[in-house]
Ligand binder design. Sequence first.
Ligand code: GTP
Ligand code: SPV
Ligand code: MN
Length: 610
Amino acid sequence: MINPQVDESPVDEVSGKIKNKGLAQWVEEVTATCRPDRVHLCDGSEKEYQEMQRLMLHAGTAIALNLEKRPNSILVRSTTLDVARVEDQTYICSATKEEAGPNNNWEEPAKMREKLTKLFTGSMQGRTMYVIPYCMGPLGSPISKIGVEISDSPYVVANMHIMARVGAKVLEALGTDGEFVKGLHSVGAPLEPNEQDAAWPCNSKYKYICHFPETREISSFGSGYGGNALLGKKCHALRIASVQARDEGWLAEHMLILKLTSPEGQAKYITGAFPSACGKTNLAMLISTVPGWKVETIGDDIAWMKFGPDGRLYAINPEAGFFGVAPGTGMKSNPNAMLTVTKNSIFTNCAMTPDGDVWWEGMTDEKPEELTDWLRRPWTPASPRVAAHPNARFTTPASQCPVIAKEWEDPKGVPIDAILFGGRRASVVPLVTESFDWQHGTFLAATTSSETTAAATAKVGQLRRDPMAMLPFCGYNMGDYFAHWLKIGATRGANLPRIYYVNWFRRDDKGKFLWPGYGENSRVLKWVFERCNGSAQAVETPIGRLPAPGALDTEGLDISGESLAKLFEIDVKGWLAEVPKIKDFFAGFGSRMPKELEQEIEKLEQRLKK
Ligand code: GTP
Ligand code: SPV
Ligand code: MN
């Protein structure tokens, strides 16, 4: 029998425990609308985490993994209806459509609220409503922000425990009238008194991930998965925070943060924005193949960057854990991620081995002889399908990463020297390009394009523009977002990081990757580091500065001269074909598109035609 020992107080007791007036009132309102059976105020304790695991085990949502192989860890399988972010059903409900921009779905706030109120009415019947106070960023950092997620999903509570700082200490920091972002989440599957729950409750008909940037509110209905449901992550730390960042003069970006140390012991901090499932987690914890160079991790997905008193840009990782792509992660490709997930982790939509461990494509060279796949079916290597869902994920504490940098929770953040942008491009785009200046760098970032991945529910492998890797995450008109980047360049001048464009995914005529990637990307990081120090050479090309012959360290690298030449080839015809596509894309932002970036495309065209 399920005997949850969590403190499931009736609502008046819970709101009595909440000193923050705004929060107490909101909890009462939500309770009245959603009509849960019980309300639980999360304290963030280990006991609470264990209770969430137990609830999920009893409900059939989770399976406990083999204690000896994967201590304190569970496997959760969702349903085919709920496996990734739903970009089609994600809305920015700003006052006007213009404000949300062509990059977002928009609905009138009042209209959307009406729709949501209908959906949320009684939506938590038969369930427990969890009130999860969380802090994005280290508690006490001037860059951090507080939010409260109300959710009817124990899976969300457990994930939030890992991904953010949650519980009593956050309530304490919030005080009696502190401000916070309101995030309401329901899986949208109310239960009748005698109705049996699903192993993965969600709403098969309606999914809405809605943001109200003006009032800093989030409403998420119908999905329990990832960025749809863990509201501190993409909804708060990117969509809402990007609006706050614009208003307050800082940057909220879809970026990893790493620390790179040279053999001489000099450290630089680098951020990198690549679209979903394009290599941020991998780069953030790579093991350098260049002797003496070392990478340590600060963050793997989101960076909040503010200017310090010295005029430099400082970044914090607002998250406390990694929600990483499992497939492709193995001891060869990303040993540090594998070592991070050895315990205390949640695995979602991975396959299971007969001895109670998890497996996914790319974890080992040899496939296990038998598995239970993510759809709970028997699986063998002869099966005509993958065993783990392509967007299978692990949720794991950042503190467990063997190469977590000692300053990863430094409240003042780390000073950034270089920013990388990049995507998956099979052709045209070279391995690394340095921008001429901030404006040109902003242009390169704004033209970021990538083949789509399984991180979102849409066709995989289609080329799309994904400026700054923020297309699905920018909470306002992207034309204004570009202007915000340019304004930072114009007002902050000298101390700004340098901007680079990278592409680990260029292929040869046979479709094979030209660049080995992963740990070998340290060679590119080294060149970037040395450029920042003024010690590495570059050559000017029409598209930007490329490593001068011999400047990229290829010692000990097994790569043919032909492949290397192809990696750095300036495909003038290919670039000239890009120009009208970029112009079209920019034109989509109409009068909100900054003139400076339109000039950059003209300048690129002229340089190419010279
Ligand atoms: P999100 O969490 O969705 O934002 O993804 P991410 O950007 O952190 O991507 P991640 O590092 O998890 O990598 C996604 C996939 O790309 C994995 O299957 C990796 O194996 C693969 N990948 C990462 N780095 C490289 C690389 O340098 N070369 C190649 N060929 N593949 C890579
Ligand atoms: C991404 O899609 O960029 C992710 C995963 O990091 S999710 O949290 O689902 O957005
Ligand atoms: Mn991401």
